[in-house]
Design a protein around this ligand. Structure first.
Ligand SMILES: Nc1nc2c(ncn2[C@@H]2O[C@H](COP(=O)(O)OP(=O)(O)OP(=O)(O)O)[C@@H](O)[C@H]2O)c(=O)[nH]1
Length: 528
């Protein structure tokens, strides 16, 4: 069994875990380096578009103011008023409520020399409405603003001029020359109207656009919009500002709004959700892959390993599990190849065992096998109280046979005698487990397990007669043709169950049989 740390399962788990990690890091990097910057860029673009909207609102307000200025300035009554006529003009047309309704902070009529002819407005500090002939006394709050206006009177052509002021207050300005109603001249002075970009104006813009707005004086216009992230009441907001140039040199207005970051938060949440889902999906896939790996590869490999391991036990003779052999995949091919090799190996082993234990000429058991079986039989007999009989069979005068008929014929003769012994053994009761062996050149032995002495003598006699019956000519035999054998018989049925002693007895009996004139069967008891 492989070490748990080197097992395929763990290595696959680590490899798939690595893939998951790399994928998640890759996705995270994609989110960080590509998605997030793109979302931020889009958020900035949206913020800039909102600023565009606010700027358009401001411009629209400016144009509206300008149109109102022109309406008033191109009017016969105004034309007369700035020339000192129309004594009730101011009283009839101007009041605090009119200023409030029209969102005017200040209206100033200038004479053709640029001097103030008349003015009216609401002091932003005291919120008091005053109308005056000069920017003094109750109207002194407007003096600085009027000075700025006077510097721009010359810019106002027939159609008038629009201005954005940063100081003294952020304000929209409209200036128009005073003409008759039919817009004929000559101009008799100027009319200027001022609308402050104050809290009321900001609230109105907020209502119109849905965007909070702030306008602050600042130094000079800067390039592009600036975006900053701020936390307000625990909520992340994006502040976006744009510097608008004013008519006042070196001064600008900072137009600012802030927007909730809902869109980017939603997108990021969606991205994180997608990331989490991808991770969960990959985990599921990994679990599934491991499960399939276990079922399709690791499980069968384990079965295979268990089987190959069991082959170390020589008693195991079964073949590769059928489930493995039946597979159509690579493991099936491996199992079939292995089974083929196993069968070849077993056949080779069996052939080697056969060669090692049998005589190649006659096919009978050889001495090694005979001795092994004799040892087993004696042990079994000793344990069970049984008996064992052996007989030694020797062809009479075989040397003369060889000399007379030749070695080849001698071989044939040996095979004939061996076959005769085999046939006889086949007829012996199987319970005696007869074993015929070629134990020497022209010497054979027969083992009977459990046969008593009389049975052994009977078998030996039958064998001697059977060889005679073969009628193999042996004209060179001193005892005369046909070929004969001499047999010595020995048996044991009580201790000691010694194989050497038993074989020596059989040998002595054989010697006695030969001495008795050959073609004889003698047992140990009958030896001289
Ligand atoms: N053809 C052949 N002869 C063999 C083989 N093995 C042994 N022999 C011969 O068997 C003969 C045995 O001769 P001996 O031991 O003198 O015995 P014997 O001539 O049979 O005499 P006794 O046994 O006393 O009857 C020898 O000539 C061996 O060469 C064999 O495999 N083939």
């Amino acid at each position: 069994m492989p070490h748990p740390l080197t097992s395929l399962r763990l290595r696959f788990l680590l490899a798939l875990g690595g893939v998951l990690l790399i994928t998640m890091v890759g996705l995270w990097l994609i989110g960080r380096l590509l998605v997030l910057p793109a979302l931020l860029e889009e958020e900035r673009e949206v913020a800039s578009r909102e600023l565009d909207r606010l700027e358009r609102s401001l411009t629209h307000n400016q144009q509206l103011l300008m149109a109102q200025v022109r309406d008033w300035a191109h009017w016969d009554d105004t034309y007369a008023f700035v020339q000192g006529q129309q004594p009730h003009y101011a009283q009839v047309n101007f009041s605090r409520s009119m200023f409030e309704d029209m969102d005017y902070q200040l209206m100033v009529f200038f004479d053709p020399d640029g001097n103030v002819h008349w003015l009216a407005g609401i002091d932003p500090a005291s919120d008091a409405y005053h109308a005056c002939g000069q920017a003094r006394g109750d109207c002194s709050w407007a003096a600085a603003l009027i000075t700025s206006l006077q510097q721009r009177l010359d810019d106002a052509e027939e159609g008038g001029s629009e201005h954005l002021f940063a100081k003294p207050w952020p304000s929209l300005i409209g200036i128009s020359p005073v003409l008759r109603t039919d817009e004929s001249g000559p101009p008799r002075g100027w009319l200027a109207k001022v609308r402050l970009l104050d809290a009321a104006w900001k609230a109105a813009i907020h209502d119109q656009t849905g965007l909070p707005i702030d306008v602050e004086p600042t130094l000079d216009a800067g390039p592009g919009d600036t975006h900053t992230l701020v936390q307000q009441d625990g909520t992340s907001l994006m502040n976006v500002s744009r510097r608008l140039p004013t008519s006042q040199t070196g001064l600008a207005l900072n137009l600012t709004t802030h927007m909730p970051r809902d869109a980017i938060r939603t997108s990021l949440r969606t991205f994180r959700y997608a990331l989490g889902s991808a991770a969960a999906l990959m985990l599921l896939v990994i679990a599934l892959v491991l499960l399939l790996l276990e079922r399709m590869i690791l499980g069968p490999l384990r079965d295979f390993t268990r089987f190959t391991h069991s082959l170390h036990d020589p008693a195991v003779t079964h073949s590769t599990p059928l489930a493995l052999l039946a597979r159509n995949d690579e493991i099936g091919t491996l199992a079939r190849e292995f089974q083929g090799l196993l069968e070849e190996q077993r056949a080779r082993t069996s052939s080697l065992l056969e060669q090692a234990s049998h005589d190649h000429l006659t096919g009978l058991a050889n001495r090694r096998l005979f001795d092994a079986r004799l040892d087993e039989a004696l042990i079994a007999a000793e344990l069970s109280g049984g008996s064992v009989a052996v007989m030694m069979v020797d062809i009479d005068y075989f040397k003369p046979y060889n000399d007379h008929y030749g070695h080849q014929a001698g071989d044939t003769c040996l095979v004939q005698v061996a076959d005769c012994m085999r046939r006889l053994a086949d007829r012996i009761e199987p319970g005696l487990r007869p074993l015929v062996a070629r134990t020497g050149g022209e010497e054979f032995s027969l083992l009977l397990e459990g046969g008593d002495h009389a049975t052994a003598i009977g078998v030996a006699e039958s064998l001697r007669a059977a060889v005679v019956a073969l009628d193999i000519p042996h004209v060179a035999s001193p005892v005369g043709s046909p070929l004969t054998v001499s047999i010595g018989v020995a048996s044991v049925q009580s201790p000691p169950f010694d194989p050497h002693a038993l074989m020596r007895e059989a040998d002595l009996a054989l010697y006695a049989a030969k001495a008795a004139g050959r073609n004889h069967v003698l047992d140990a008891a009958e030896e001289p």
